[in-house]
Design a binder for this molecule. Structure first.
Ligand code: ATP
Length: 220
């Protein structure tokens, strides 16, 4: 199977980090920015770095952007450019279009005009940090929808030595333990009898309110 081809538009902190990471994983990456200095800085990192205005349809066409499997639009501040770029790329038939949103309203517009995935890096990172601050056991927090999330939580002192039946998380909080990570091994269909060991990490899915209730019940 041919390697996937990625294009990233906007070499701000977020876009350049995505481009850098994809390149590090061995993928071909085309980095685009209107600012020549920014593309210059990326030229040693990615396969191709080009300066172009992504609101210029002809310029995008000349770059063959339609042939890329995934295009990431990482223009934040200039919302108008972000929307226009998304619209043009969607019209061109880019297979997967991922766009960074600056705020909820921007995100809604992007969704309406056909972005396949809208991401909110600042908001999501803020959420994660907040959850980690309220309880150091919370390692990660991923929003699935407005109401539901996934929580990655280090086993609290009160959980160690107990099995899932004894913890009774589903009945007490209405959340589901989807998986338990023990060191390098991952138990992806835990049984009621599975015991929680020191250092285990629980991956739990549930309503936001229920997850918060559970977090508060296991402060350390
Ligand atoms: P970050 O927080 O990730 O640094 P940001 O949200 O502040 O980014 P901006 O700095 O607004 O995002 O934009 C990121 C990059 O997008 C900038 O380098 C800018 O030059 C580039 N950019 C903005 N508009 C266009 C455009 N029309 N075509 C190509 N690049 C653009």
């Amino acid at each position: 199977m041919a390697k996937k081809q990625y294009a990233v538009i906007g070499m701000g902190r977020f876009g350049s980090s995505v481009a850098n990471a994809l390149s590090g994983m061995g993928f071909d990456v085309l980095a685009i920015d209107a600012d020549e200095q920014r593309t210059q800085e990326m030229s040693n990192v990615v396969t191709h770095a080009v300066s172009a205005d992504s609101t210029d349809e002809e310029a995008l066409r000349a770059l063959g952007i339609r042939n890329f499997d995934v295009v990431v639009v990482a223009i934040g501040e200039d919302i108008q450019s972000s929307i226009l770029t998304t619209l043009i790329l969607k019209d061109m038939g880019v297979p997967v279009l991922i766009v960074k949103a600056q705020n909820e309203l921007h995100g809604k517009v992007l969704q309406k005009i056909g972005a396949d995935k809208v991401i909110y890096p600042e908001r999501d990172m803020g959420l994660r940090v907040a959850h980690h601050l309220t309880s150091p056991n919370i390692l990660d927090y991923i929003e699935l929808s407005e109401d539901y999330s996934i929580l990655e939580m280090r086993a609290s002192e009160q959980m160690i030595g107990k099995n899932l039946l004894e913890l009774n998380i589903r009945a007490r909080f209405g959340c589901n333990v989807m998986a338990i990570r023990s060191g390098n091994s991952m138990n992806i269909s835990p049984y009621a009898e599975d015991r929680i060991e020191n250092g285990d990490v629980l991956i739990i899915v549930g309503h936001k309110d229920h997850l918060t209730k559970m977090e508060l019940a296991y402060p350390k």
